[in-house]
Design a protein around this ligand. Structure first.
Ligand code: SF4
Length: 346
């Protein structure tokens, strides 16, 4: 298996070149090409043919192969990438008034078992490497001729379950000679893995931390999200308070509105009481219908009442814009259909 050169940091790449008898500055030249999303080493015109031949024999450039691309009428694109080892991952590209934002995956599948999520039903295969996460961004940039300026790690996978690679990705994403995206424009969403939140606060990276909460009640949350059995709500809130006290930025609480399950006034009041002592905002997510589950989207009046209840109790709340409605296969479904087509049982 060839090694992905995007897995190397700038320092590691220069060192690696030096160790192999190649001038270290060649590493800097190569890295520049890699971040332009080149598919082939032959495109690296300022390095020798011999070096290009050696690189192609043992390495890949990290640009991903697009297996499928769904385009919405509002400009949202959903990419299915072929990782070349029989596995596929999804990323979503969205266009906002402030520029392009990407939602990327951090794992192939997920172990967390959230009941409303199609990613978990397709099983867990492996973690993504740093290079595979960067590869999602540079391939979308190259394919669309754009520069993605915001990234959320909110696609398939639980980022804290792939902690080292995710933190490595965040560093490379922020590096001026990497993707050059400021920490303020990077966000990570976790289902509430407390040790991960604690570790992240020690990294001193001013990214946005998002917590997928979805219920303010432990018994109900444990039903929806088994991770709550290990890390109940109060422990998650304690970790959030510590994260914020440690210099972390405003926290976002993600709350999928599920019809008849978590969308009444009692839930809104309990949610407000839970989060109101934190510098935070609640992001209500219109739920995607997930085939094979009983979960349906709350109606707009219910969402409105929920929003007003939170606001009256002093909580800042937004409702996520429904982008890509016409390609709104829930997270993980595209990958699942591709793996089934290719006969992979994962
Ligand atoms: S919602 Fe996130 S953490 Fe939960 S199963 Fe899906 S991908 Fe994993």
């Amino acid at each position: 298996m060839k090694k992905n050169l995007l897995d190397f940091s700038a320092h590691e790449l220069n060192l690696f070149m030096k160790e192999h008898g190649v001038a270290a500055f060649r590493g800097t030249q190569i890295r520049k090409w890699l971040y332009q999303g080149v598919d082939s080493f032959d495109e690296m015109t300022d390095i020798s043919k011999d070096l290009r031949a050696w690189l192609s024999e043992y390495f890949t450039t990290g640009a991903l192969k697009i297996k499928r691309l769904l385009k919405s009428s509002d400009g949202t694109c959903k990419f299915l990438f072929d990782l070349g080892d029989g596995n596929y991952i999804e990323s979503v590209l969205m266009k906002y008034s402030y520029g392009y934002s990407a939602c990327i995956s951090s794992q192939i599948g997920c172990k967390m078992g959230c009941k409303f999520c199609a990613s978990t039903g397709a099983g867990f295969v492996r973690n993504l490497t740093i290079g595979e996460m960067i590869g999602q961004i540079i391939t979308m940039n190259k394919h669309r001729g754009i520069r993605i300026g915001h990234v959320v790690i909110m696609g398939v996978g639980e980022p804290m379950d792939n902690y080292d690679n995710v933190v490595g990705f965040l560093r490379e994403a922020q590096a001026p000679d990497g993707l050059g995206i400021s920490f303020r424009h990077l966000a990570l969403s976790t289902c509430g893995v407390v040790p991960g939140i604690r570790k992240l606060s020690e990294e001193k990276m001013p990214i946005t931390l998002a917590i997928s909460l979805h219920s303010p009640f432990d018994d109900e949350r444990s039903e929806l999200m088994p991770v709550n059995n290990a890390y109940p709500i109060e422990k998650v809130m304690d970790a959030c308070r510590e994260y914020q006290a440690d210099g972390g930025r405003r926290i976002t609480f993600e709350y999928a509105m599920i019809k008849g399950i978590n969308d009444d006034k009692e839930h809104a009041r309990a949610l407000a009481n839970l989060v109101k002592d934190l510098q935070c905002h609640v992001n209500l997510i219109p739920m995607n219908d997930v085939p094979g589950t009983p979960f349906k989207k709350s109606d707009s009046v219910t969402v409105e009442v929920f929003t007003r209840t939170l606001e009256r109790m002093g909580v800042e709340v937004t409702t996520r814009r429904e982008l890509g409605k016409d390609i709104s296969a829930a997270c993980g479904q595209l990958r699942r259909s591709a793996t089934e087509e290719s006969g992979n049982a994962n």
